[in-house]
Design a binder for this molecule. Structure first.
Ligand code: C2E
Ligand code: SIN
Ligand code: SIN
Ligand code: FE
Ligand code: FE
Length: 408
């Protein structure tokens, strides 16, 4: 068992930082916090050749479990992704190893989790091992410190492997390399957390529906969309880099799908009963108002948000709204889009949005029973929804349910 401060490990200079730099550069291109965390964990595990690992993010003086990867247990994607949406929090104190690392801001290196010295200030919790029939031996726990030494989170790597894939202790090299990498990752994570906070604040400011519910709704729609896209893209065997990039954009874009509801009066939005035809005609304009907010397209992200905001209520059979338009400020009904004319991201977010609307309570409706929700979505395949996406939807239904549990 050894502990290092940031000063101690950043002194070492005999490290080839080129490959680390390359990874940091690509981290900086990502915008979405979920993507950055997953990537950070993967790269840290690769640097240290660790079988498993997890990442925690600090919030309100606790660590919130955020990602887990484990080559031995979850090489299947379903298991891994459902685990990612579990809801564990750990206090920042000396009870646990991750808590201790965040509290003291020190790297904790453990050779054998089951042979901690009697005077160790923390305990190893064997519950994960027991529940999953796993055996943790070596552990490397690294605080993710911002440039001002504030712990943004903690990364924990489990079971270093040697060349023959046997479990061994973490080497000096891997400790130094992952620590250097972790400092830079902490900056990307902090920036992405701010991005998300700003977006969620924008959504809240719009004071749509119940402000509390709106935050959870957009996070669910965002996570559903990211997972549906990723599974769809993996089935098509699209290049990994492209999938990550698109997933990152759709995660953020999905959060803003209804941003145009700012332009709709509360009398309509909060009406506790069914809208009249006239009211619904007004409400449909939220797609156009949203698109107007992002119509000056200068980045891929702008384009993604624009397409999602404008087209998330189009239907596969061409009976949605608002349809194609050259100009956003006309009242004419455009030709509606159908099939693959509807941008992929809008098709995905449209499905995620309806799934969430049916499953949740709204000012005008009670949540529906799961079975009824599934039945309607299944029935609308080829009518409202892209049949390929409906297939994916039901293949990852366990992941979607885990997301609902997480953002209630
Ligand atoms: P939302 O509540 O987020 O619902 C998104 C979409 O989910 C709806 O798009 C619709 O496709 C689907 N959906 C929601 N609830 C139901 C339902 O009870 N039955 C069925 N079959 N589908 C449902 P849509 O219809 O274009 O509505 C867009 C937005 O307009 C809704 O967003 C909501 O904010 C508002 N809205 C729609 N109908 C009403 C209503 O009767 N009363 C009120 N107050 N608002 C409504
Ligand atoms: C929003 O996206 O701005 C709020 C969405 C909603 O509650 O439907
Ligand atoms: C993708 O290939 O990742 C998306 C392409 C599309 O918009 O169809
Ligand atoms: Fe909408
Ligand atoms: Fe919505």
């Amino acid at each position: 068992m050894t502990e290092y401060t940031k000063q101690e490990y950043t002194k070492q200079e005999d490290i080839n930082t080129l490959s680390i730099l390359e990874t940091i550069r690509s981290l900086n291109k990502l915008n979405d916090v979920g993507m950055i965390l997953e990537r950070t964990l993967f790269e840290a595990r690769t640097l240290a050749n660790a079988d498993a690992g997890s990442i925690y993010i600090s919030k309100d003086n606790s660590l919130h479990f955020s990602h887990v990867q484990n080559d031995t247990l979850f090489n299947q994607r379903g298991a891994r992704a459902a685990q990612q949406y579990s809801n564990v929090t750990i206090p920042i104190n000396n009870d646990t190893i991750v808590g201790h690392s965040a509290l003291t801001k020190k790297i904790v290196v453990i050779e054998d989790a089951y042979q901690l010295p009697a005077d160790a200030p923390y305990h190893f919790n064997p519950i994960f091992d027991k529940e999953n029939n796993y055996h943790t031996t070596s552990i490397l726990t690294i605080p993710l410190l911002s440039p001002y030494d504030i712990p943004v989170g903690v990364i924990q790597l489990i079971n270093a492997h040697d060349e023959e894939d046997k479990t061994t202790v973490f080497s000096e090299y891997s400790i130094t390399a992952t620590s250097l990498f972790a400092n830079n990752a902490a900056m990307s994570i902090e920036r992405a957390l701010m991005n998300r906070k700003i977006i969620l604040r924008m959504v809240k400011m719009a004071a749509l529906h119940d402000p509390k519910e709106t935050g959870a709704h957009v996070q669910r729609v965002s996570a559903f969309s990211a997972e549906i896209y990723q599974h769809w893209a993996e089935k098509k065997q699209l290049p990994v880099a492209k999938v990550k990039y698109f997933r990152d954009l759709i995660s953020l874009g999905a959060m803003l799908h209804d941003a145009g509801k700012v332009g709709i009066s509360d009398t309509i939005l909060k009406k506790p009963s069914k809208l009249t035809e006239e009211e619904f005609t007004v409400l449909k304009k939220h797609t156009i108002y949203g698109a107007q907010l992002f119509k000056n397209i200068s980045t891929e992200l702008d384009k993604m948000i624009y397409e999602i905001a404008l087209h998330h209520h189009e239907k596969w059979n061409g009976q949605g709204y608002p349809g194609r338009r050259e100009q956003l400020d006309t009242d004419e009904e455009g030709d509606t889009l159908a099939g693959e004319e509807i941008p992929l991201a809008a098709r995905i977010v449209g499905l995620a949005d309806v799934f969430d609307a049916l499953s949740s309570s709204r000012c005008y409706k009670e949540p529906w029973e799961k079975e009824k929700v599934y039945e309607v979505i299944h029935c609308e395949s080829g009518k409202h929804f892209d049949p390929e996406l409906i297939e994916v939807f039901f293949e990852i239904i366990d992941i979607l349910c885990a997301i609902q549990q997480k953002y209630q």
